[in-house]
Design a protein around this ligand. Structure first.
Ligand SMILES: [Zn+2]
Length: 506
């Protein structure tokens, strides 16, 4: 019989295998879970070398898996490459951060920021080129909105970066760039490889402090290089799934690579395709016009035939699909492309965000075995007086982010934060008290979507996602049992974290 290297007891163990499941103790051996059960049973595996960890009444859970994250971009904020504008409560506050950024840098130096969200400000309007010219006449400034689909640049910035953008993607008077125009602009301002590496290390530290043991990242080529360098140096303590933009599909197919390449620490994930934009930027593709802009129904990023072709190509080459689709028209296009490609439930095709599915979309998604990769924190923009309600009207707002309907249809649900903000507990708090019924989940359901859901979405549910003998010992200690009573979720804290049985936080 194997002996335990560590035994956790003295608190509650939530394996998240089925509703209400509880245990008293858990034993770890060689990076895997050796046993889980009553303290008496588990203590039989104790030897003189076993470390006993007293949970002192705290709760032990499977480590969280953030199934949709942009880790490098978060890390670049942590290291100061981007100004963090996510906490700004008004336009004036955001501009004040920019003023500080300008002061900290020399004249002519770039000032980059991320995370502004005008929907949370009293006057609810975007930052404009004019605002930025007023406070930074001599520095190029570019600020990315919280959703990553809009960027505002000042005159200095626009003069330095040559732009070839379609008129609907660039509005010169306001300095607003959308979608591909915004990404092409940012692509010319790439951080150095050293900065990317530092960003990953900083973001990884933050991830562990938030209870996260694995992320499904959406990466650029230079991110993969940095991950590999850290991995080889033994500095990658987080499990990372590398989801790659469709722009690289041809190269990947040529090399014969496919989903699952790598190991359980660093692994190639899905091919990511953007079917539409975001509600905040009014470029999520809707079947009916925006309530606050009746001339617009948003925009599909690809004609259907092109989306079909890309999905089919990735699917036939052995890639899992990851399609960003927020509006009902984009969800329809994504489902159609998956159906035409002959995707089956074994393929676990993912639709990211899946915010406004109709009844019929839910049925089709269930039939295809689509994984709904959703963000519980997005309900922060729903409800009376909210940004979603303003953009969509109350009827559609009530149908946004229907996590409950997804679970009821038996659609696998994986939760991620998309970095808005980073961290599972914030999102779980959001869905526990969401404004609309279909958005609400129990704490335990939400925890499961943030653990088992991500493991399933990454084909790793045999190794990760619940606490069961034989699985990897990816463990998080929370200050208290998060499910009893449910209000407790509001004050929960992360007290410790192990990946593969090895403590990496604190
Ligand atoms: Zn995203």
């Amino acid at each position: 019989m194997r002996s335990a290297s560590r035994i956790f007891l003295g608190g509650v163990v939530l394996p998240l295998t089925e509703p209400g499941a509880r245990a008293e103790a858990l034993a770890v051996s060689e990076g895997r879970i050796l046993a889980i059960g009553s303290a008496e049973e588990v203590l039989r595996l104790r030897t003189p070398n076993t470390e006993i960890v007293d949970l002192t009444g705290r709760a032990l859970l499977p480590g969280f898996i953030d199934a949709h994250m942009h880790l490098v971009s978060h890390g670049l904020r942590e290291i100061g490459y981007y100004l963090d504008l996510s906490e700004a409560g008004s336009r004036e506050e955001a501009l004040e951060r920019v003023r500080e950024g300008v002061r900290d840098r020399g004249p002519g130096e770039w000032v980059l920021g991320r995370g502004w969200d005008e929907s949370r400000w009293p006057e609810k309007r975007y930052i404009t080129r004019g605002d930025l010219d007023g406070i930074a006449p001599e520095n190029p400034v570019a600020l990315v909105r919280v959703d990553g689909h809009i960027l505002v640049a000042n005159t200095q910035a626009l003069e330095r970066i040559p732009l070839e953008a379609a008129p609907e993607e660039f509005d010169a008077p306001t300095g607003l760039l959308r979608e591909r125009a915004a990404w092409a602009f940012l692509a010319q301002l790439r951080p150095s490889s050293q900065e990317v590496e530092e960003a990953i290390v900083a973001a990884q530290k933050r991830a562990h402090a938030l209870g996260i043991t694995a992320v499904h990242d959406v990466v650029h080529a230079e991110h993969i290089r940095a991950y590999l360098r850290l991995y080889k140096q033994g500095k990658l303590t987080l499990r990372v799934r590398l989801n790659v933009p469709v722009e690289h599909l041809d190269a990947l197919v040529e090399l014969g690579l496919g989903t699952g390449f790598g190991d359980d620490r660093l692994q190639l994930g899905a091919v990511k395709i953007f079917a539409d934009g975001s509600i905040g930027a009014r470029n999520a593709a809707l079947s009916e016009p925006y309530a606050d802009e009746p001339s617009s129904q948003g925009k599909l990023n690809y004609p259907q035939e092109e989306l079909d072709r890309l999905v089919k190509k990735a699917h036939e080459a052995g890639f899992q699909l990851m399609i960003h689709a927020i509006g009902d028209r984009a969800i329809d296009a994504a489902l159609t492309a998956l159906e035409r490609a002959g995707v089956t439930p074994e393929d676990r095709a993912r639709i990211e965000h899946f915010e406004l599915p109709t009844e019929q979309h839910l049925e089709r998604a269930a039939r295809l075995g689509v994984v709904a990769s959703m963000q519980p924190n997005f309900v922060q923009w729903s409800g009376p007086g909210s940004m979603y309600e303003k953009r969509l009207g109350p009827e559609r707002d009530r149908r946004m982010d229907p996590h409950r309907w997804v679970l009821e249809r038996g659609i696998p649900l994986a939760f991620g934060s998309d970095g808005m903000p980073f961290g599972p507990l914030y999102g779980i708090r959001c869905v526990e008290k969401a404004p609309h019924g279909p958005q609400r989940l129990t704490i335990e359901e939400a925890l499961r979507a943030y653990t088992w859901g991500g493991a399933y979405a990454g084909f790793q549910e045999r190794e990760l996602g619940t606490l069961e003998p034989g699985k990897r010992a990816d463990l998080v200690v929370l200050s208290e049992d998060p499910t009893e009573p449910p209000q407790r979720i509001q004050s929960l804290e992360v007290h410790g974290l192990s990946v593969e049985g090895r403590q990496v936080h604190p």
